[in-house]
Design a protein around this ligand. Structure first.
Ligand code: FAD
Length: 466
């Protein structure tokens, strides 16, 4: 019987546990124990029902084009829970000079696929529009080494595109900065396009011409009753005796071809370990076993973020803009990074006579915010919503959620670091890394990382960072 410890009960660890449970049920000689330090499973996935509104504290959905989270839902019998974003209402704004300017239709990240809406948009200056037109003739002058997203976007479309689109988008998704994040790790598809076509616009047009239109597919997928349903359904499927809450693992040491895992007052022997914590937590646990590996893991930066949800009545709902929400330019001098109009983005989130707004604060731009009290954060958010949307009404309720060092930042050189991590873990007993620190921070990538870690350890003891 192979005994595997899973450390960390967020979605990555749960996906690993679910995979091992499936193997166990089909007769594979495998046993697992899931150690979670907090009092609940799910990590940053938390859904609360408040006065008939469904409030997501962490992720509210996942990208439909990445299949692994939806696949897991289907395996869990949750196919009828899957809902798509209301893409008919899909409009996102950028706050520029305290005005909301719509991102032009047809922009794929920063690549225009429809020229007219972009050329007519007030979001970009004439100079940038000219650069967009010239980009069509861009020849491949790829950088040999990894570079920042900012440098890459600047090479193609100039600095205004970085400031007005790439940076706010990355700040909204990663809580990160275009001037820090790695092109190879974060947007590899665009590098492939550049390598093949030189011009991103030409590459995108060619890809569109080849693909069968699939307009029925929504951009985001979520669950009718919230993201927490995935967590609860996985937990319900696992063997109760294998689940340990309030059990932080304090250390792991190589022992007799496996690992001695110490949690609380007890130590247990395992043949293999799946480390599904954030990389900085993995670094602490591996400090004694391999200080160099630990140092590489610790060097993966994480940012902290805060979500503030506010509910309002139907008068506010009627007055709010249409669309999914807005992103805030760094130069606006606001603490808000992004705002989602939840009642527009998904059905089943708020009754028809309620507005539900979710605001993002923090990110690598503003780590200080984590020191503020909940009251102060609500005050900041309300003050800025008043300035931007003239929203002065009293909210029906508010909720604040703080996520300390939860979002990995794939900075320049991230992929080379993963190679070093892989190399350094080769001298150790069977160990697989899963989680948002390595090859994708979104929920689908985390699910994939957990599934692959479990599969690797029950198969051939592969030690790659997944
Ligand atoms: C505010 C926010 C919004 C987001 N929005 C989206 C979104 O809309 N769509 C999307 O796809 N992604 C989104 N993400 C990203 C995504 O949700 C996360 O990357 C993903 O859920 C991380 O899962 P994880 O299991 O790797 O890590 P976590 O959820 O961080 O779980 C790690 C677990 O390990 C436990 N742990 C740590 N140390 C130990 C130890 N020593 N012993 C035992 N247990 C330990 C922790 O308590 C925690 O439960 C968002 C993230 C945040 C924070």
């Amino acid at each position: 019987m192979k005994r595997i410890a899973i450390i960390g009960g967020g979605i990555s660890g749960l996906a690993a546990a679910h995979t091992l449970e499936e193997h166990r049920r089909t007769g594979a000689p495998v046993e697992y124990v899931l150690f979670e330090s907090s009092q609940r499973f799910g990590g940053v996935i938390v859904t609360e029902r408040v006065e008939n509104c469904l409030v997501e504290a962490g992720p509210d959905s996942f990208l439909t084009e990445k299949p692994w989270a939806a696949d897991l839902c289907r395996k869990l019998g949750l196919a009828d829970q899957l809902i798509g974003s209301n893409d008919a209402q899909r409009k996102t704004y950028i706050l520029v000079n305290n005005k909301l300017v719509a991102i032009p239709d047809g922009l794929m990240f920063m690549v225009p696929t429809k020229m007219m809406p972009t050329l007519l948009s007030p979001l970009f200056s004439f100079r940038t529009k000219l650069k967009m037109a010239r980009e069509w003739f861009h020849t491949s002058n790829q950088a040999n080494a990894d570079e920042t997203v900012a440098l890459f976007v600047e090479r193609h479309y100039g600095t205004e595109m970085v400031e007005r689109l790439a940076d706010p988008l990355l700040s909204g998704i990663y809580g990160g900065e275009a001037s820090q994040l790695s092109m190879r790790a974060v947007l590899p598809r665009f590098l492939e396009m550049e390598a093949q076509y030189g011009s991103l616009s030409r590459a995108m047009m060619s890809a569109r011409a080849k693909t069968v239109p699939n307009s029925a597919r929504p951009l985001f997928t979520s669950l009718k009753d919230g993201m927490q349903v995935i967590v609860d359904s996985v937990v319900a499927r696992l063997s109760p005796s294998a689940l340990h809450l309030n059990r932080p693992v304090q250390s792991i040491h190589p022992q007799e071809g496996g690992w001695l895992v110490s949690a609380g007052d007890e130590s247990y022997h395992f043949d293999a370990v799946i480390m599904a914590t954030p990389a900085h937590a993995a670094a602490k646990l591996l400090q004694d076993a391999n200080p160099d590996l630990s140092a590489e893991l610790r060097a993966i930066p994480y940012s902290s973020s805060v979500t503030v949800s506010l509910a309002y009545d139907q008068n506010v709902r009627a007055a709010l803009p249409r669309g999914f929400g807005f992103l805030v330019l760094r130069t606006e001098g606001k603490r808000l990074l992004a705002v989602t109009l939840v009642h527009n983005k998904f059905s089943h989130r708020a009754p028809a006579d309620r507005a539900l707004i979710r605001c993002f604060l923090g990110g690598s731009r503003d780590q200080r915010i984590l020191q503020s009290s909940d009251e102060e954060m609500v005050r900041i958010v309300r003050e800025e919503l008043k300035q931007i949307l003239a929203l002065d009404a009293e909210p029906l309720f508010t909720r604040v959620y703080k996520w300390n060092t939860a979002m990995a930042q794939y900075t320049v050189g991230h992929l080379e670091r993963l190679e070093r991590i892989q190399h350094l873990s080769q001298g150790l007993p069977a160990l697989a890394l899963a989680g948002n620190g390595y090859r994708g921070i979104g929920v689908p990538d985390c699910v994939r990382s957990g599934v692959e870690a479990a599969t690797a350890l029950t198969g051939n003891y592969s030690r790659n960072p997944q």
